[in-house]
Design a protein around this ligand. Structure first.
Ligand code: DOR
Ligand code: ZN
Length: 346
């Protein structure tokens, strides 16, 4: 591809990490993802969470009925692991078409109160998943209060993930929304059963963007943005063409009033313009030719699924991200609101 490329066609991308909530919130956001993405891995951290096959089936139905009538978007369902999840529950979910199981360390993020308190509590579940060929999706942060929030991912690798990957060498693991050079190196050096998703905010921002000149609550997510050296490591990994790194937005809708608060929620909302945000990051790195693998191929390959058959076209064209979108009974502020992006889906 030439340096002065002004238009590119991509196999329709997939989002391998997405929050769409339920009820009214779901109705506000789902069509945004369905426009851009062929499929999405749907996070199970509802309140109450999706902890069994019945819950996953009901949630899948709710999503499908919230889609525009002509949509071919496919939600891929995920189970929420707890200390009490049994092998039977996992097997039933697998038989119901659930593709993966999510590990939230207790207290790590939004609606993770029911998460796992000790990794040993889920070893039987991991064994069952390894046998079935079900993927483990990991929110990779320790939550002990004495560990600095900027170090939680690195400590998780050393204390938990290194052990799990060695104890379950056949288990496929997605290290979700990685934010550090430590995670990039760990994934690169691990077996082919370990991959990672990277969000647009961690490619386009570092912690200065969140904290210098006043707190920008709409850039606050978990794991939190890190220093610029880590951002550079993530950009390098995403644009390297290494199939272990692929698209997962972690778009996480929260109402504007819940973000702009004395105790603001964690989550960046990127669903309306996800692929444009990634195009911005890849183009800035001089690697727009590497976008299709990252966005449309590597994730499907890792999950053992076919690539989408339709395509989308991105044109180089300046446009301004809206200040907000309607959400439930108020507004939601998208990532990079009122900023100019230089690629647009046509
Ligand atoms: O920032 C985040 N928001 N990180 C997560 O892990 C969860 C998400 C949410 O559900 O809002
Ligand atoms: Zn998430």
């Amino acid at each position: 591809m030439q340096k002065n490329t002004t238009q590119i066609n991509l196999i329709k991308p997939d989002d391998w990490h997405l929050h769409v909530r339920n009820g009214k919130a779901l109705k506000s956001v789902i069509s945004m993802t369905a426009k851009q993405m062929g499929r999405a891995i749907i996070m199970p951290n509802l309140n109450p969470p999706v902890t069994d096959a019945n819950g996953a089936n009901a949630y899948r139905e709710e999503i499908i009925s919230a889609l525009p009538k002509d949509s071919v978007f496919k939600p891929l369902m995920v189970l929420y692991l707890t200390d009490k999840t049994t092998s039977e529950v996992i097997t039933q979910a697998y038989n119901a078409g659930v593709v993966a199981v999510k590990l939230y360390p207790v207290g790590a993020t939004t609606n993770s109160d029911g998460g796992v308190t000790n990794i040993k509590n889920i070893y039987r579940s991991l064994e069952t998943m390894q046998k079935l060929g079900m993927l483990l999706l990991v929110h990779g942060e320790v939550t002990r209060s004495e560990v600095d929030i900027f170090d939680r991912e690195a400590v998780f690798i050393d204390e938990v993930l290194a052990q799990v990957t060695s104890d379950f060498s056949e288990l496929k693991i997605v290290f979700e929304h990685i934010t550090t050079k430590n995670a990039v190196d760990f994934v690169r050096e691990s077996s082919d059963n370990i991959a990672a998703t990277i969000t647009p905010q961690h490619l386009l921002n570092n912690r200065n963007d969140m904290l210098v000149g006043g707190i920008k609550p709409h850039t606050y997510c978990l794991p939190v943005l890190k220093r610029v050296e880590h951002q550079r490591g993530l950009i390098e990994a995403a644009t390297s063409g290494n199939p272990k790194f692929f698209l997962g937005t972690d778009s996480a809708p929260h109402a504007k009033t819940d973000k702009e608060s004395s105790c603001g929620c964690a989550g960046v909302f990127s669903a309306p313009h996800a692929i444009e945000l990634y195009a911005q990051a890849f183009d800035q790195a001089g690697a727009i030719d590497k976008l299709e693998g990252f966005a449309s191929k590597f994730g499907a390959d890792f999950y053992g699924l076919a690539h989408n058959t339709s395509t989308i076209t991105l044109k180089k064209q300046d446009w301004v991200v809206p200040a907000s979108y309607p959400f439930i009974s108020g507004d939601i502020v998208p990532f990079m609101a009122e900023k100019t992006l230089s690629w647009k889906v046509v």
